[in-house]
Design a protein around this ligand. Structure first.
Ligand SMILES: [Zn+2]
Ligand SMILES: [Zn+2]
Length: 98
């Protein structure tokens, strides 16, 4: 499932436009917005894609840590998880200061 960041309407993973407010979910779903914020945060070094243990093979395949510009979009393409893609981004922060 994806959540519209504008109106909090839940949509299926294959929905591209929010049925409630017409937002482009590829840009404005909660995961897309959070990814954008992480990319703009200079303290975030790399982004880990966290996959639930019982996720489908498509999700399992993209598990890992990525440079900020190489992170796959969520929901995962071809995801067949029974409750929709529940993968999420976890920022790896630069906590060490000179
Ligand atoms: Zn919406
Ligand atoms: Zn999946």
């Amino acid at each position: 499932m994806q959540t519209c960041s504008r109106c909090n309407t839940l949509s299926g993973d294959s929905v591209v436009i929010c049925p409630n407010c017409g937002a482009d979910l590829q840009e404005l779903s909660n995961t897309a917005v959070s990814l954008k914020r992480l990319r703009q945060n200079s303290r975030v070094l790399v982004i880990r894609l966290v996959i639930p243990a019982d996720a489908c093979p498509a999700c399992q395949a993209v598990e890992g840590t990525y440079p900020k510009d190489k992170v796959p979009a969520l929901p995962v393409k071809g995801c067949s998880c029974p409750h929709g893609c529940t993968c999420f981004y976890e920022p790896m922060l630069n906590e060490i200061y000179p």
